[in-house]
Design a protein around this ligand. Sequence first.
Ligand code: ZN
Ligand code: ZN
Length: 136
Amino acid sequence: MTGQREGGCLCGAVRYRATWPPMLTAVCHCKNCQKQSGSALSVVAVLPRDGLQVTGELTTYQDIGSTGQAVWRKFCGKCGSPVVTDTPTAEANKIIFIKAGTLDEAQDLAPTLHYWTDSAQHWFVFPEGVECLNTQ
Ligand SMILES: [Zn+2]
Ligand SMILES: [Zn+2]
């Protein structure tokens, strides 16, 4: 059964409602996600584009992905929380990514895929049974 889940940035200026469960929950260990999050990784949930409604204003930083394509990193301009990631390919495939740590309820997330593990911080212990990709 398809439900919904809500989330938002730290200050609450940006809120969203997402169809749930997501198509995929994954962890990105790329250097750019580490920089953007100030952390070790990004937890990303993949949603159908029409399954995400955002209220409030997102600011976009246009990053460049490894393949040279644009990566639109969308964050709350007030508190800085990264909330949404989008790319031209995601647009074409009618999907969109949310930073799953911004969900109001995130404790039951169980990412099945870890990617860019080549740049993972060395202290990180990969859970058993997850799929790992060295790069994308
Ligand atoms: Zn905010
Ligand atoms: Zn990344």
